[in-house]
Design a protein around this ligand. Structure first.
Ligand SMILES: Nc1ncnc2c1ncn2[C@@H]1O[C@H](COP(=O)(O)OP(=O)(O)OP(=O)(O)O)[C@@H](O)[C@H]1O
Ligand SMILES: O=P(O)(O)OC[C@@]1(O)O[C@H](CO)[C@@H](O)[C@@H]1O
Length: 305
């Protein structure tokens, strides 16, 4: 089974404006609420691809109920840990020229919440893949992912992880199946500036050497890189009108995991990942299956090394 973990789920509230005047009253033209949080976005994409998966995480209050209801309506299997506090609402503001996220910190979790959640990890087996993504609520502390990874590794299961900074680098010795930092996250992690995609190559290779089995580096409108074995591949970006880039990275990870779980072929998995990220940014919410297929046919991959 594939499990996605969202420690801090969100009800994403999308608001569209022609433009925003800070300090003034702005009236929206369109609003939409969708279940979010990085692992949940991955579950939504995995389900769209027909890949069975279960969404784990902490969920609570009326916002948590709305997230759960929406996921059930979309046919997504969930096994959330119920908490008393409300799940957060993240506001996503889109104008004709920009997308802005106003994300909140999320609820405070109790030791009992954590204990209930950790019980889910006792039943993992070697056949399972756990996908960790997104920020953790502050009350979980800085090392919560380390604890979860320890539990996954102890049971012989595999994991993928999409978090930023030193938290990501710390996981590498535990051999994640795939990691997907974006270009800016990499710059911050290694305190460098990349001018060309080729500048990224030594850093991707370094993360492989440190233990990652596969590394994808997403570069938004400039495409993506895959580091697998001794090879480095580049997926060229597809050009079209951006509709909603929230969850593009999550969709990329989900596409990779979905295909990898079937074929164990990192290059095919990368292509599917890039197709999912691409289809996501050119759709208001999740893409249709037909559009996903169309995007898959448009992805061109070249070998850089
Ligand atoms: N403007 C764009 N044009 C074409 N493709 C895009 C664009 N933005 C994103 N993508 C596709 O989505 C993938 C992931 O995007 P990005 O690098 O922005 O990930 P991310 O920073 O993790 O995103 P997020 O945090 O919003 O989920 C890219 O590698 C690319 O395939
Ligand atoms: O605070 P996190 O967990 O890093 O990010 C949360 C979030 O911005 O990421 C998703 C898109 O990637 C959204 O659905 C959600 O609102």
């Amino acid at each position: 089974m594939i499990y996605t973990v969202t420690l801090n789920p969100a009800l994403d509230y999308f608001m569209e404006y022609e433009q925003i005047e800070i300090g003034d009253v702005n009236r929206t033209s369109t609003t939409r609420m969708t279940p979010g949080g990085k692992g949940i976005m991955e579950s939504r994409m995995l389900s769209l691809l027909g890949t069975p998966n279960t969404a784990l995480g902490f969920i609570g209050g009326f916002t948590g109920q709305a997230i759960r209801d929406a996921l059930i309506e979309q046919g997504i299997t969930t096994d959330f840990t119920q908490i008393a506090a409300n799940s957060r609402v993240n506001v996503k503001v889109k104008t004709v020229s920009e997308e802005t996220s106003l994300d909140s910190a999320g609820p405070k979790l109790t030791p009992e919440d954590v204990e209930h959640f950790l019980q889910k990890f006792e039943f993992l087996t070697e056949d399972d893949i756990v996908v960790f993504a997104g920020t953790a609520p502050k009350s979980l502390g800085d090392d919560f992912y380390d604890r979860l990874i320890e539990a996954v590794v102890a049971r012989g299961a595999q994991f993928a992880i999409d978090v930023d900074g030193q938290k990501l680098l710390r996981t590498l010795t535990n051999r994640p199946l795939v990691i997907k930092p974006n270009r800016e996250e990499l710059e911050e992690m290694f305190d460098v500036k990349f001018e060309h995609k080729e500048d990224i190559i030594p850093y991707g290779q370094k993360m492989l050497a440190q233990g990652a089995k596969n590394v994808m580096v997403s570069m938004a409108g400039d495409g993506a890189l895959l580091f697998a074995g001794k090879k480095v591949y580049f997926a060229a970006p597809v050009k079209a009108e951006i509709k909603n880039s929230v969850g593009a990275g999550d969709s990329t990870v989900a596409g990779f995991i979905s295909e990898w779980s079937k074929s164990k072929d990192p290059l095919k998995a990368f292509k599917q990942g890039v197709a999912c990220g691409t289809a996501k940014v050119f759709s208001d919410d999740m893409p249709t299956e037909a559009f996903l297929e169309q995007c898959l046919n448009q992805i061109e991959i070249t070998e850089l090394v």
